[in-house]
Design a protein around this ligand. Sequence first.
Ligand code: PSU
Ligand code: MN
Length: 298
Amino acid sequence: MKLNFSEEVSGALHFDRPVVALESTVIAHGLPFPQNIETAYKLERIIRENGATPATIAIFDGEICVGLNDAQIESLATATDVRKVSVRDLPLVIAGKRNGATTVATTSLIADLAGIRVFSTGGIGGVHRGRANDISADLPVLANTPILVVCSGAKSVLDLPATREWLETYGVVVLGWQCDELPAFYSRSSGLAIDGRVDSDRGAAAVLKARDELGLRNAVVLAVPVPEQAAIDGDELEAMLERAIVLAAESSISGKEITPFLLSQLSQISGGKTLAANIALLENNARVAAEVSLKIER
Ligand code: PSU
Ligand code: MN
């Protein structure tokens, strides 16, 4: 499959310099305007300031783009015809020459095709609450794609214990960044175990190196808690989430619409607190991802 690289990203890959992939669903569907466009630029800036090259990934006119220009980022943030592209959508959007925003699943697949080792995002998809057969395609892709995903765990709108079990079954290593519990996106802890704690960029890079030397193709998740000042208390979040889930059921929201719907309802119910937390953790994860990418051997 042909990939369209920006000059910045192709130069960095050519010279084996560290590159951090970024997804576009969070821009097109995860955050509201104008915070989405501001955050998209800010994440790229943070990665550059920390010594790596950002590669935001999306699909335009059926072409896979790795590294976007300003007009492309603006169109993701403002256009209404950008499809949320998970694995099953990818062939359709390419064949139909359409525009699409990539999820964790498709960003990971494309980053791996491009030779990018590190990917920074907010939260991975997982098993939905009360819908044990609604499992994000993010999970099977992570089971088979050798990438390091820096995130704040799985979104709290999901069934976190079931998601955690799934990762264990399929051999995805879950690392805690300077923490001993799996973060729960808006909250710093979930009560769920991680597989190992790492306290430094070198520690994370060493796990990646061992995975590669073993020939394992499973992703490594580096779970970074939301910064303390933006964190939301777990019980408070739970109450808000229950209201949002009821609203989703009442509005018959299902399938790929669920995640964006719950995220926007939560932001309204919380008076913007979940949005602020989401942005804070995205920025912090981008910084950690850039730091770790500098320590990975190429
Ligand atoms: N986390 C966020 N905002 C998002 C998502 C995750 O804070 O928009 C997106 C990611 O792109 C993730 C996707 O891959 O939601 C999962 O959707 P689904 O459950 O339909 O696979
Ligand atoms: Mn789903």
